[in-house]
Write a protein that binds this ligand. Sequence first.
Ligand code: ATP
Ligand SMILES: C[C@H](O)[C@H](O)[C@@H](O)C(=O)CO
Ligand code: MG
Length: 488
Amino acid sequence: MAKTYVAVDIGASSGRLMLSQLVDGKLKLEEMHRFKNGFTKKDGHDRWDIDHLIQEIFTGLEKIKKAGYTEITLGIDTWAVDYVLVGKDGERLNDPVSYRDARTQESIEKLTSELPKEYIYEKTGIQFLDFNTLYQLFEEDQDLLAQTDKILMIPDYIGYVLTGNAVTEVTNASTTQMLSLREGLFDDNLLEKINVKQEQFPKLVDPGTNLGELADKWHQKYDLPKTKVVTVATHDTASAVVGTPAVGQRWSYLSSGTWSLIGAELNVPENGEAAFEHNYTNEWGAYGTYRFLKNIMGLWIIQNVKEELDNKYSFAELAGLAGQEEPFQQFIDVNDDRFQNPANMIQELQAYCRETGQKVPETPGEIAMAVYSNLSLYYANELEILGNILGYKVDALNIVGGGSNVEIMNQLTATIAGVDVYAGPSEATAIGNVIVQMIAEGDILNVYLARRIIADSFPLKKYSPEGSLQYKLNEYQAFLKETKKTTV
Ligand SMILES: Nc1ncnc2c1ncn2[C@@H]1O[C@H](COP(=O)(O)OP(=O)(O)OP(=O)(O)O)[C@@H](O)[C@H]1O
Ligand SMILES: C[C@H](O)[C@H](O)[C@@H](O)C(=O)CO
Ligand SMILES: [Mg+2]
């Protein structure tokens, strides 16, 4: 009987428990439970409801038990950078603050006035995003920090609640912008800067570490399967990269969800001048790799548009309406900070177009196409920059995540970038999560073979360039140069 694996994959917009088994060399994947995620304003900050997320996990595990699965292995992955402060009594001190909260808007300038960006980037190789853990802890309530016994990243906290065991998993630890590339530890100078001690972080562990059994108290409270928890690549993007089929000689990936993370998998970090100038990051990947990538605002923009249209349209319907419009009616720098957490996204997009003297999108289709076509242009621009930094032309882009369902964006990206796009699997994150568990349990030999199994198990859709849109990319790059504020 094939062993049963469960991925708990919680993104910024939604979470899911996915059940997987390896049967005759193919991966079976079944969604057992899905729930919404999101932050709300509480005690003056945008915060996650971590207790709700944990409750949803138990709800999903009860469904799995009810479906007849009595023994499972489980892994947890979530979004990056955010953390939970745990007191000396082992209990949570507060609701975790969301990385979209305004508290860190000025933090990079404040912190790097005393500790130069060049030092931080040379040490960590991590992109400057104002919500990195480094800046969040720099702004953290000092009284709370003084009461803190353990700082746990979100997925590590969930694993701690489930098993009682606390670790710091390295792929997510790297997103803090405090993990030294050379020493493989949190950098002492950076910790000192933010008033944090090494011992406030539990020991660093690699993906595939056995975290322990689900604590007995949960079996007394709920009807759950016997559950062994494995620490996977707990940063969801790290799991997504593991779950990428990696089609192409010089392949690249685009993890397309709330964020769009575009980049390549390297065996050595690249934190040189060009990478620094273009704010590329070296987040740690599984199996000693580095995720050399760039954060792009992503489908967060469409998620807000959908809500502001009172959810009258599904994502598929919005993509369908967009497909009825001409692309490139206006150029938008989708990575402009103003789109990070505006009061009203549609108004922000329209104001941007008015301020730059361009056609203002009005209908749902026009607005959706404005977003999708400018995301495609931005992806193509970054693929060109990625190739220039790495010294080779990327020959294939593997688009995974929910965004891989947006056919017009897949096709536009292929044509503008002049590369073949392979779309899917949309649940690559959950797949990468269970792959690390299967390798740890000896069901699969290594990640290279796993990726062949993924390509055999999930139909990929290929999009080849249709003519050339190089001229349009050149126009967009000129537009970005004119309108871009200096990058951090
Ligand atoms: N059928 C579809 N048609 C068009 N867009 C879709 C479709 N399905 C999903 N999407 C897009 O995918 C996005 C969600 O992607 P995904 O499920 O990978 O994100 P997530 O895991 O919830 O969040 P995160 O990116 O933080 O991990 C939605 O916001 C939507 O824009
Ligand atoms: C804030 C991070 O950049 C974000 O979480 C991203 O890395 C991610 O995890 C997208 O799912
Ligand atoms: Mg996700």
